[in-house]
Design a binder for this molecule. Structure first.
Ligand code: PLP
Length: 401
């Protein structure tokens, strides 16, 4: 029978980051020694205290459905996290726990937007926002930032992207893929435009703790008037090295959260009961492991930035302020001959390096910036050293200078 897919699903591409990681895993299975700098996940193990909470939950028989939007315990833990870490007050009815930040974001976007709406996504941006917006029926409106502005969208830039159809904007600070972090003044300036234009502001905070100088100010805390039109999307994946556990959450106006919970209730239900119990321990316990993880990331960031800047054909103007990625420009390599063709995009450079250096990274096309590549330093220092040695040799062998 001819397969006729839903037209919105038919139009979505696989996630570029997941595809790059999948290629690396596939090659590894074939026995190729690949170093992956493609994955967006901490290479650290989930802290033992969190695993123990999951073990206790299993022993206690917490193996049943929970309320769709999460147990009372996880909502209370999220509520006190939002208060103590972000200085934001939410009622339990304004919080929904989901299977990862990805589900939280997709459900918020799917609940809020519809055909005829435009949603502004400052780019470079995480690859999934556009797909999520398109799946909702709305149109992603990519607002390109400039490297010389630190990859940050200004209030002016936001004004320029507005049309009568604009209904929302997604802010991700610290950013995947650039590591850019907005300061409080920049957020206040943006928020004035958001308020004037009557937009929804979705703040994706998944890298909030991965900042290297001070803290990343929260857009809603920077301008509390935004609370009625602001939605928080967050996740435990990065902060607590819990990518596989699938726990994220959203917080926002009650009516919207109720609608989001209805959507979640019909299409997937509650996030895993065991993971929720583990998440309560993650959110309420000590933060020592995070401090250790960030010390390691800080050392890796310095190493990676130095190595990237010394690679032929790679350019990185600014030190990333947050997350665990660097996003260098590689257009100086374009035109070099490889495999009977010429390099024309960051994705070609990623293909070249996978093949010739056995290092996986992600090309910039799906982040909206084809002249760039994303390198994740969520990998051990030993692997990073080996990866950059290999990249350098492969580039020199190709004649890059
Ligand atoms: C910017 C951003 N938001 C959300 C997510 C979702 O993370 P998860 O679904 O693992 O919680 C990711 C994961 O890579 C991300 O980079």
């Amino acid at each position: 029978m001819a397969l006729r897919l839903n037209r919105r699903v038919a139009a979505i591409k696989p996630s570029a980051t997941m595809a790059a990681e999948a290629r690396a895993i596939e090659l590894r299975l074939q026995g190729v020694d690949i170093i992956s700098l493609a994955a967006g996940e901490p290479d650290f193990d989930t802290p033992e205290r969190i695993k123990n909470a999951a073990r206790r939950a299993l022993e206690a028989g917490m193996t049943k459905y929970t309320p769709t939007s999460g147990t009372r315990q996880i909502k209370e833990a999220i509520q006190s996290k939002l208060k103590s870490e972000n200085n934001l007050e939410y009622d339990l009815t304004e919080i929904v726990a989901s299977a990862g930040g990805k589900q939280a974001a997709a459900n918020v976007i799917g609940t809020l937007f519809d055909e005829g709406d435009e949603v502004i996504i400052p780019t470079p941006a995480w690859v999934s926002y556009s797909a999520m917006v398109a799946l909702s029926g709305a149109t992603p409106k990519l607002a390109a930032t400039r490297e010389e502005d630190g990859f940050l969208l200004s209030a002016e830039g936001l004004r320029r992207a507005l049309t009568p159809k604009t209904r929302g904007i997604i802010i991700n600070s610290p950013s995947n893929p650039t590591g850019a972090v907005y300061d409080a003044d920049q957020l206040r300036a943006l928020s004035e435009v958001v308020l004037e234009a009557g937009l929804w502001l979705i703040s994706d905070d998944v890298y909030e703790h991965m900042v290297y100088d001070g803290v990343a100010p929260h857009p809603i805390a920077a301008n509390p008037r935004l609370k009625e039109q602001g939605i928080i999307v967050n996740s435990l994946s990065k902060t607590y090295a819990m990518t596989g556990w699938r726990i994220g959450f959203a917080a926002g106006p009650r009516e919207l959260m109720n609608a989001m919970a209805r959507l979640q209730g019909q299409n997937s239900g509650n996030p895993s009961s065991i993971s929720q119990a583990a998440a309560v321990e993650a959110l309420t316990g000590p933060k020592d492991e995070l401090v250790t993880m960030m010390e390691e990331f800080r050392a890796r960031r310095s190493f990676v930035v130095e190595r990237v800047r010394s690679l032929p054909g790679f350019a990185l103007a600014q030190m990333p302020k947050g997350s665990f990625y660097v996003f260098p420009k590689v257009s100086a390599l374009f035109g070099l001959k490889w495999k009977g063709g010429v390099l024309q995009s960051g994705d070609d450079v990623a293909d070249l390096l996978l093949s010739e250096a056995r290092v996986a990274l992600v090309g910039g096309i799906d982040f909206g910036f084809p002249e760039y590549v994303r390198i994740s330093y969520a990998n051990s220092m030993a692997n990073l050293k080996a990866a950059f040695d290999r990249i350098e040799s492969a580039l020199r062998a190709l004649g890059a200078r």
